[in-house]
Structures are given as C-alpha cells and as structure tokens.
Design a protein around this ligand. Structure first.
Ligand SMILES: [Zn+2]
Length: 300
C-alpha cells in the first residue's frame, strides 16, 4: 500500500485570470480513491510560519498569508493569491514534509500536490507560491530528522528556485534533469544540472539519468530523497520539449523507486508539472507516476 498525503485545501477554486489547471489536484485525488486498497490516506498540517520564514523572505511570507501579493509578483506566479490560494500554499509544503516523515516508516510516500520548484525567496514564479521541496528539506535537516537530503528534480523545467533557496545549505544537495532550452531562461546552479537537448526520447533520457544520478547518490549518500515527479517530459505535454512516451515516464519512475529502495533510501514524491488541455489526461499521468514509484519501491 502506498501512503498518500492529501488535504482538501489542495483543491482550491480557480481564481480569475488564471491559466493554471486548478482542477487537476481534485482529479488526482479521485483517481487515487479509485485505486482502493492500493493506497492509504494522510492529511497534512500547514507548514508553520517559522519554517516559511526560514526559507522565504518574511515580507513575502506576510504578503502571501495576508493575500496581498503585489500584482507584479502575481504576474510572475501566474495567478492571483486569494485567501484560498494562500491556505493551499501553506498546506502543500506541510504535505511534502509529512510525506517525507511517512517515507521514513514505509520507504515511500506521495504528496498529491507540490513540486513548486520555481518559487524564490521573495517571490513566487511559474505557478509556484512557496517552495515545498526547499521547505521540507530545510525543516528535515534542521529538526534532525535527516542528515543529508537530496532533492531529485525530473520535471522538464529546471528546479531553479530549489537550487537557489538551498545553495550552501549543509546537508542539502540538488539534482535537476531538464530540457535545457525550456523555462526558466536563466538557470540557477544546482549541485548537479543535466540539461538535455530538445526531443530526447526514452532511451536517451534513461541513459542520461542513470549516468548522472547514480554517481551523485554514491557521492552524497543521502538518507532522504525528495523527488519532484514532473510528468511534463512527456512528448505531448503542452509545456515540455522532450520526447518521452507514457511508458518512458513509467520506466523512469519505477527505476527511481527501485534504485532508492535497493539503497535503503526513503523518498517522498511531489507532483510537479504536467500540462495539457484535458485535465483528466494530466491527472492520469500524475497518478500513473505515483503508482510506478510505488511499484518500484515495492509498495504497489
Ligand atoms: Zn515543469
């Protein structure tokens, strides 16, 4: 059985002027409910303000929590920060952190939202408000729950915010494999970046992943991995530039799960990106990813 972390606040009503697909988290929940006994459910608490302020600029935290984010930042985020969006933004990092804690008991757990890897210290960006990956990693290390957290980001877009927010933090390393020509134009510097040319397909992707991630796992020897399980490297994703098939995504996620299980490294996944006109199709990609990770981890 796969531990799933979900909170009703993840399914926020779409604010006006938003291009983000707000209903995908509700559809992910529904599809996981349909998996029945294969999954079991946990509800997170909000990430406490002190942790939000330890990773993000306290002024930006106040802007979000009081739903008064300046228009310029809202434009960068891609939607207005309403009180419901603000509540969601506190719950999602609480969920990624809880998934990590559950992973320490079960090997793997999945958050049904998150992977907000573009959020920076004093602003959100690219549909991300607070950076759940950086927040969970910092809290795990500083509370002594983990010594070395590796954030593995397989979203098609570089994990620029995560890299910037955790740079120089003892005990946290970042890995990002992405389409080099995709958003963000200006890349940050992860511990290890693997920028792929447009159109890389299943075999080339797996070769690059194995060749670069295995040595980093050997070298850094994490005792916790936070996995940004973006499904936008899919060939038909609206915002991707790579050429993976659905089976290619499943192979990636089963491999990640099996590799970390073999090494005895607990890992938590966050949803990450996935874009398309059909919200159900996008949700199916995310749920297939969670199931593949669970199978790889020996839980599915
Ligand atoms: Zn993405």
């Amino acid at each position: 059985m796969i531990p799933i972390v979900h909170h009703p606040a993840y399914v926020a009503p779409a604010p006006a002027r938003s291009q983000y697909q707000w209903n995908k988290n509700g559809l992910v929940r529904d599809l996981l409910v349909a998996e029945g006994e294969r999954v079991f459910w946990h509800e997170p608490e909000a990430m406490p303000r002190k942790w939000l302020e330890s990773v993000h600029d306290p002024d930006y935290v106040a802007e979000v929590l009081e739903a008064r984010v300046p228009r310029e930042k809202e434009r960068r985020i891609g939607f207005p920060v309403t009180p419901q969006v603000a509540l969601r933004a506190q719950m999602v990092p609480g969920g990624t952190w809880l998934a990590a804690k559950l992973a320490q008991r079960h090997g793997f757990a999945a958050n049904t939202a998150g992977g907000s890897h573009h959020a920076l210290s004093d602003t959100g960006a690219g549909f991300c408000v607070f950076n759940d990956l950086a927040l969970a990693a910092v809290r795990l290390v500083e509370e002594g729950d983990a010594q070395r957290v590796l954030i593995v980001d397989c979203d098609v877009h570089q994990g620029d915010g995560t890299a910037a927010l955790t740079a120089g933090h003892v005990g946290i390393a970042t890995y990002s494999i992405h389409a080099e020509k995709n958003f963000p134009v200006r890349k940050a510097r992860s511990t290890l970046d693997v920028g792929l040319p447009d159109g890389v397909a299943d075999a080339g992707y797996m070769a690059a992943l194995e060749e670069t991630l295995l040595p980093l796992l050997d070298e850094f020897a994490p005792d916790m991995v936070l996995y940004q399980a973006g499904v936008d490297p899919w060939a038909e994703d609206r915002l991707g530039r790579l050429g993976l098939s659905r089976e290619g995504l499943a192979v990636r996620d089963r491999w990640i799960g099996a590799t970390l299980r073999l090494r005895g490294v607990p890992f938590a996944s966050a949803l990450g990106g996935g874009y398309g006109v059909d919200a159900m199709e996008v949700a199916e990609r995310h749920v297939a990813s969670i199931v593949a990770l669970g199978v790889g981890a020996g839980l599915g």
